[in-house]
Design a protein around this ligand. Structure first.
Ligand code: GLA
Length: 398
């Protein structure tokens, strides 16, 4: 009898030893240090970033997770095997930083790695998962990005599950962000383990360039369907939903390799994808036009729609340099995004009859231009600059 009870308990515990539920019901929003600061991150930058995000409206627009990426720790653990924050970069310590951010209405995220070393060569959590999760809980950390460098022969599913269990065991709710680059198809197994998973290699501030491991945002966008050709144009979309998101990597909006149009288009598409929105620019010093993109309430509402449906490509026509993506919203509304893929401005047309998933009569709103632009009874044509978009919201016609 006791054996049976134990067996039942064990089965029950492992069935429930999953991620923290009820978090990231819409795609998480915040800022991450990596794209701009890389190893130059420190507590002064994080505090100034928080202060800037209060002043520029980003916090109130929903960007609340401030995530410190790689290189925050000392190169060695202490004698008890604990991770230690680099005292030169974080002299007040992580707990004090978390307290400061919490007092301003933010949450603190940190970074570790499932292998022996992080991608930057700092200690990884392999063999220390439960210890590190307790350390993070003692610092009041709210979000963990967990990378995949130096993993040796480890099994990804096993390694990420162990850290997920460690975070549960540590007792503090944490959003768990898997950063395994899509190598082991995390969309097929990570939903019970984490809240978001990277689907690709790293982004950099380019439209469609490639630099070794890094790609421009348009190439990452293409991978949302290229990675799973069997799913047709819907690609990865079917794997996303409230509490579990495909992550095509952080935002490059406002960074120097992108034109304003390319920043606007990049942001529009990440919202069409219901992607996590982690700003990667230096938000302490950004142009008003970039702030306006990042904090546009109507565009953010497309990303944050409670139905949590990821958009997908409905049409790609190189001859007319047009791509059109659609995203189903709640209440029978839709978002439609039309991109000029060419290098020169062009007249692009949406022929609503060709968007086969959208049936019925809708009023159209040009979301960036903030104006009503008729209805879907006839094709819509607009002059669109190179790599720029027209983003529509469709509401059922009265
Ligand atoms: C990997 C990740 C990046 C970043 C760096 C840090 O490349 O994919 O997002 O975290 O490591 O070293």
């Amino acid at each position: 009898m006791r054996k049976l009870l134990c067996l039942l308990l064990c089965v029950a515990t492992s069935a429930f030893a999953q991620k923290w539920e009820g978090l990231a019901l819409t795609p998480p929003m915040g800022w991450n240090s990596w794209n701009t600061f890389a190893s130059n991150i420190n507590e002064k930058v994080v505090r100034e970033t928080a202060d800037a995000m209060v002043a520029n409206g980003m916090r109130d627009a929903g960007y609340v997770y401030l995530v410190i990426d790689d290189t925050w720790s000392k190169k060695e653990r202490d004698q008890a095997g604990n991770l230690v924050a680099d005292p030169e970069k974080f002299p007040s310590g992580m707990k004090a930083l978390a307290d400061y951010l919490h007092s301003k209405g933010f949450k603190l995220g940190i970074y570790s790695d499932a292998g022996m070393k992080t991608c930057g060569g700092y200690p990884g959590s392999w063999g220390h998962e439960f210890q590190d999760a307790l350390t993070f809980a003692s610092w009041n950390i709210d979000y963990l990005k967990y990378d995949w460098c130096d993993h040796g022969t480890a099994d990804a599913r096993d390694a990420y599950k162990r850290m997920s269990e460690a975070l549960r065991a540590a007792g503090r709710p944490v959003v768990f962000s898997l950063c395994e680059w899509g190598q082991n198809r995390p969309w097929e197994w990570a939903e019970p383990i984490g809240h978001l998973w990277r689907t690709t290699g790293d982004i950099y501030d380019s439209y469609d360039g490639r630099k070794g491991w890094e790609s421009g945002w348009k190439l990452l966008l293409n991978q949302q369907y290229d990675l799973v050709p069997a799913n047709g144009p819907e690609g990865l979309a079917k794997y996303a939903g409230p509490g579990h998101w495909n992550d095509p990597d952080m935002l490059e909006v406002g960074r120097e390799g992108l034109s304003l149009a390319e920043s606007r288009a990049h942001f529009s598409f990440w919202c069409m994808l219901a992607a996590p929105l982690m700003a990667g620019n230096d938000v302490r010093h950004m142009q008003p036009e970039i702030r306006d993109i990042l904090t546009d309430k109507e565009v953010l509402a497309i990303d944050q729609d409670v139905a949590g449906k990821q958009g997908y490509r409905a049409l790609a026509e190189p001859a007319t340099q047009t791509e059109i993506w659609v995203k189903e919203l709640s209440n029978n509304e839709w978002a439609v995004c039309m991109l000029n893929t060419g290098t020169a401005a062009a007249d692009l047309t949406v022929d609503w009859n060709r968007l086969w998933t959208i049936h019925g009569h809708y009023d159209l709103r040009d979301v960036w231009a903030k104006k009503a632009v008729g209805d879907n009874s006839k094709p819509y044509t607009a002059r669109v600059a190179s790599h720029d978009v027209v983003l529509f919201r469709l509401t059922p016609a009265k």
